[in-house]
Design a protein around this ligand. Structure first.
Ligand code: LIP
Length: 264
């Protein structure tokens, strides 16, 4: 199956999954559990949507591997692994904020984000009605329109970031924001990494930085950014557990890297 065919399969599944998520939200959301901290929640819908995605992929591509936020992973025999965040922006979703996305990516070669090659990705925004798609070497689109990253204007870069669920990390993140603001026109904290990355690919944001994302948060969005002419970078640094994730044009990414990591 080609990258385009993998993309098209992911789109079909993401649209069905997005509609399920939206329907469950309208019916009322129940929090199933907290995970790494009280702030890190999972809803019954997260689990149900991931089960739908996993079942559809298993039926269509039984030999592929799976790596999902809620149900973990299974090795495949095909060399292809599906990396899935059923509802990225779970806190938004549980709170009734309509900025959440289904993120599905197909990667090959390894299950290690530093070594895999992303072939296809989709970020589905069910409430806004936008389907962001990319196939390796085929560009990136939103609802069929070609995506291209933007460069900052004279007022500075419109940037996005996020904070982890561990309150003890927030002081360091806020200090990093203080070092970044001199190059920013403004800062957004949307609450969905996959959506932030899709917006960088669409030129709506000039750059994005956030520590400590999970592979399913960025697997699809990173490919969108790259196929839209941008850079997605996870520089090695001292905080291995909270690896920095950067996206944008090359100049913005380098400036963010220097300022967040405090390197010359
Ligand atoms: C979320 C990310 C967000 C980040 C949150 C969380 P989840 O993913 O999309 O950018 O700031 O801490 O990781 O948990 O909603 O799938």
């Amino acid at each position: 199956m080609s990258a385009v065919e993998l993309r098209d399969l992911a789109v079909d599944i993401a649209r069905e999954a997005g509609e399920l998520a939206r329907r469950r939200r309208d019916e009322g959301v129940s929090i199933a559990a907290s995970k790494s901290s009280l702030a890190d929640i999972v809803t019954e819908a997260d689990r149900e949507v991931e089960a739908l995605i996993r079942a559809r992929l298993s039926a269509e591509r039984p030999d592929d591997g799976f790596l999902g936020e809620e149900s973990g992973g299974g090795e495949g025999a095909s060399g292809i692994t599906w990396v899935v965040d059923p509802i990225d922006g779970t806190v938004n979703y549980a709170s009734g904020i309509p900025l959440y996305a289904v993120s599905i990516a197909a990667v090959e070669g390894s299950r290690d984000p530093d070594r895999w090659t992303a072939l296809a990705g989709v970020v589905q925004s069910p409430v806004v009605g936008e389907t962001f798609t990319a196939a390796r070497g085929e560009g990136a689109q939103v609802n069929g329109a070609r995506l291209r990253i933007a460069e900052p204007g004279p007022a500075g870069a419109l940037l996005a970031t996020g904070f982890g669920y561990d309150p003890s990390t927030h002081a360091g993140d806020l200090a990093a924001i203080g070092r970044v603001m001199p190059i920013a026109r403004d800062l957004r904290r949307g609450g969905s990494a996959a959506t932030d990355l899709a917006y960088v690919a669409a030129g709506r944001l000039d750059g994005y930085f956030e520590r400590g994302l999970a592979p399913w948060d960025y697997a699809a969005g990173a490919l969108l950014v790259q196929e839209a002419g941008g850079v997605f970078l996870r520089p090695e640094g001292p905080e291995v557990a909270r690896r920095l994730n950067l996206a944008g044009g090359a100049g913005v990414v380098e400036e963010l890297r220097r300022r967040v990591l405090e390197v010359a």
